[in-house]
Design a protein around this ligand. Structure first.
Ligand SMILES: C[S@@+](CC[C@H](N)C(=O)[O-])C[C@H]1O[C@@H](n2cnc3c(N)ncnc32)[C@H](O)[C@@H]1O
Length: 212
């Protein structure tokens, strides 16, 4: 996501920072305590400005959500939304995740969303959020029955992700090459990027994988 400097960044952090988790690794194994309840916890990695996560938080109030976004000038926008919509079921992790197992204990999460993750160049494929090393991590930190949902406009990234899953024996239960022509469109919550890409006529690819 292109990062424009935001002039009032410090003010936003001051006014909306109560949902910010700067020491994420210290919550490993005790995220429920942060939310103060035992509701399931779902993670979005690469939340951008938080359109998707703030909408799903309002829809699924019995679920706690973690928005992870490393962009210095991007994550404050998620905090603003958390404040504006009074989202007590949302917390924001302001960092780039390298290894998801650094932040979560085995089986601690009930779902993961990867929406329009950056399609890194070939030589940095290992940094993609759907690289097999990350998938292995997601498999560990998600309890059985949890879903990993992935959306992208990028054909190459989608095929890469399917190949990475196959390489470690993961088989998505749903694979759709044009989300908006499918029956899934009705319940779909669009992201900022998704809205732009869809307006430009790009087809959105989607997959859902259930961890066993
Ligand atoms: C192309 S943008 C998509 C933003 C949003 N999900 C959307 O669909 O509108 C990808 C975002 O993922 C973030 N990102 C990429 N890799 C990440 C990582 N390993 N951990 C956290 N954020 C990451 C980037 O900073 C960027 O804001």
């Amino acid at each position: 996501m292109r990062q424009h400097a935001i002039r009032n960044r410090e003010k936003i952090l001051e006014e909306c920072g109560s949902r910010l988790v700067e020491d994420a690794a210290s919550h490993k194994g005790s995220w429920s305590r942060l939310f103060g309840n035992d509701n399931p916890i779902k993670l979005e990695v690469g939340s951008g400005k938080g359109q998707f996560i703030s909408n799903i938080c309002q829809r699924d109030k019995d679920i706690n959500f973690l928005a992870c976004e490393g962009g210095y000038n991007v994550f404050p926008r998620i905090l603003q939304k958390a404040q504006m919509f009074e989202l007590s079921n949302l917390a924001v992790i302001p960092q780039y995740i390298a290894d998801p197992c650094d932040l979560f204990e085995d089986g601690e999460l009930s779902g993961i969303y990867l929406n329009f993750s950056d399609p890194w160049k070939k030589q940095t494929a290992h940094r993609r959020l759907t690289h097999r090393s990350k998938l292995e991590g997601y498999r560990r930190i998600c309890r059985p029955g949890s879903a990993l949902e992935f959306k992208t406009d990028n054909d190459e990234l989608f095929e890469f992700s399917l190949e990475e899953m196959a390489a470690i024996g993961l088989k998505p239960e749903t694979v759709v090459y044009d989300l908006y022509s499918s029956e899934l469109a009705e319940d779909n919550i669009p992201t900022e990027y998704e809205e732009k890409f869809t307006k430009n006529g790009l087809k959105i690819k989607y997959l859902r994988l259930i961890f066993t």
